[in-house]
Design a protein around this ligand. Structure first.
Ligand code: ADP
Length: 269
């Protein structure tokens, strides 16, 4: 940026001088590009079910008008497309809420054991549908972390739901909680969600938490996915001063581990 500025001279008048300031625009441009990418992706994702909906409306007003069977079928598809749009909007809102409050750390003392139990219970219908046996291995005693209950629910829901959706139908999923020490010597609580499905190829692993990134878009859509779940998971884990580890071996399954710093039990703090 070049700005002409008046500079006082030795004899009391002013002289024109050029002031040059240099800004490294790279990070700013990157943020702008990411924002543009995000808007383009979100619009595309919303447009797809919307296009299907208006296509079916045209058909219902035209050729299928007097065909009750076709009408019934199309209404069913329209319902699932509308549900998909609602889910996408929900995920987008959750993500922006978490991103907007990135500077505020959630710090209520929460016991994650009942939260995990509640999440697994809530996903029982999906487990039944996929005929997956969910094994839960949780401690009898409370496991305290500083956090936000709702966000943690959302986080575990995403991980367990993914294991049920992308793991092997008719297989099993293990959900466990262990205490461990990180390499920096910090006491951690680790929640592991493990499935024994097809797994994820190594080249996809580093990109899984990007917004809208999906290994197989068709498969994800068929499962009602939006590609935002793991991005939300990563944000929530980060907000809780934690780490997300993803390990997978093709054809053997995947393990997602959310690690949180252990908090002092309420009686000791
Ligand atoms: P989606 O809404 O598509 O499920 P996510 O962000 O939760 O989006 O996951 C991103 C992608 O990662 C999924 O579309 C899927 O391809 C892959 N994925 C997630 N969890 C698993 C898993 N347990 N096993 C295999 N692939 C998985």
């Amino acid at each position: 940026v070049i700005i002409p500025v008046p500079v006082p001279t030795m004899f009391g008048g002013t002289d024109k001088c050029m002031l040059m300031t240099f800004h490294d625009q790279t990070p700013l441009r990157r943020v702008e590009e990411m924002r543009a990418d995000f808007v383009a992706n979100a619009s595309h994702e919303l447009r797809t079910p919307l296009a299907a909906l208006s296509g079916f409306i045209d058909t219902l007003q035209g050729p299928a008008r007097d065909d009750p069977k076709a009408r019934e079928r199309f209404l069913g598809i329209m319902h699932s497309q509308a549900t998909r749009m609602a889910r996408l909007i929900d995920d987008l809102l959750s993500l922006s809420r978490v991103e907007l409050s990135a500077h505020v750390r959630p710090d209520t003392l929460v016991d994650i054991v009942p939260i995990i139990r509640q999440v697994v219970d809530g996903l029982e219908p999906l487990a039944g549908e996929r005929q997956v046996e969910v094994n839960v291995d949780l401690p009898e005693t409370p496991a305290w972390i500083a956090g936000d209950r709702e966000e943690l629910m959302r986080l575990f829901e995403n991980l367990v739901e993914n294991a049920l959706k992308y793991g092997a139908a008719g297989g099993k999923v293990n959900v466990s909680l262990v205490a461990a020490t990180s390499s920096e010597g910090q006491l951690e609580l680790r929640v592991l969600v493990r499935d024994f499905g097809p797994g994820i190829a190594p080249e996809h692993l580093p990109r899984l938490t990007e917004r809208f990134y999906r290994v197989d878009v068709g498969d994800s859509r068929a499962q009602g996915g939006t590609g935002l779940g793991l991005s939300l998971v990563k944000h929530i884990v980060n907000r809780h001063r934690g780490r997300l580890l993803i390990e997978s071996v093709l054809k053997q399954g995947a393990t997602f581990t959310a690690c949180f710093p252990q908090a002092r039990p309420p009686s000791l703090s």
